[in-house]
Design a protein around this ligand. Structure first.
Ligand code: 5GP
Length: 210
């Protein structure tokens, strides 16, 4: 039975630990492919072009939009972010479960186009932990941190639109929960219609000749 990959959208407030969680999933389990987004924001220390993001100018990014190269795109705290289409479609056809780590506007666009996608919103155990993580990470200026926290207020309005929430407290447990949510979706009857129909046809022989 050939199995098509599941497209999974992971969203969550800035500083909630989405990146570490997704990295943990990739390291621990096979069968996943992580989509690398394009962005116009500047690389952080240690970030590598083509690994963390495809870092692009605004002009280059707008050309990608114009050429239909992006599955979705959005503006987040003064920068563009978007998902390259070709990689995602190729990996899904190869049967890989593809992970998109994107914000809410992009998540809405994907759900509109591909309602079978699974969406998960990563929650902090409490709001103070979120603030502490974002400040402690030390990768953003105070002004950007402030904008990202304000954005969290807006994003919190849309959490119910997601299929699942996942509280990211103990990392190893969160990785396992994430894996279980995605894998249990492979058992969804709607995703197995071909197999169901085959068995349905095959059992008909039992009633033949009666
Ligand atoms: P950061 O600058 O912290 O790497 O990412 C900022 C926000 O942009 C995060 O919420 C992240 O999930 C989101 N993001 C990253 N890549 C994409 C993308 O391709 N599309 C959309 N819509 N959001 C993205």
């Amino acid at each position: 039975m050939s199995r098509k990959g599941i497209l999974t959208i992971i969203s969550g407030f800035s500083g909630v630990g989405k990146g570490t969680l997704v990295q943990g999933l990739m390291n621990q389990y096979d069968g996943y492919a992580l989509s690398v987004s394009a962005t116009t924001r500047n690389p952080r220390d240690g970030e590598v072009d083509g690994v963390n993001y495809f870092f692009r100018t605004r002009e280059e990014f707008e050309a990608m939009i114009g050429n239909g190269e992006l599955l979705e795109h959005a503006e987040y705290v003064n920068n563009y972010y978007g998902t390259p289409r070709a990689y995602v479609e190729g990996m899904l056809n190869d049967g890989k479960d593809v992970i998109l780590e994107i914000e809410i506007q992009g998540a809405r666009q994907i759900k509109e186009k591909m309602p079978e996608a699974v969406s998960i919103f990563i929650m902090p155990p409490d709001a103070q932990t979120l603030r502490k993580r974002l400040v402690g990470r030390g990768t953003e200026t105070a002004e950007v941190i402030d904008k990202r926290l304000k954005r969290a207020v807006e994003e919190s309005e849309g959490i119910e639109e997601y299929d699942y929430i996942l509280v990211n407290d103990v990392l190893s447990e969160s990785v396992e929960k994430l894996h279980n949510i995605i894998q249990s979706n492979h058992n969804d009857s709607d995703r197995n219609l071909e197999f169901i129909n085959k068995i349905r046809e095959d059992v008909k022989v039992f009633s033949e000749g009666e």
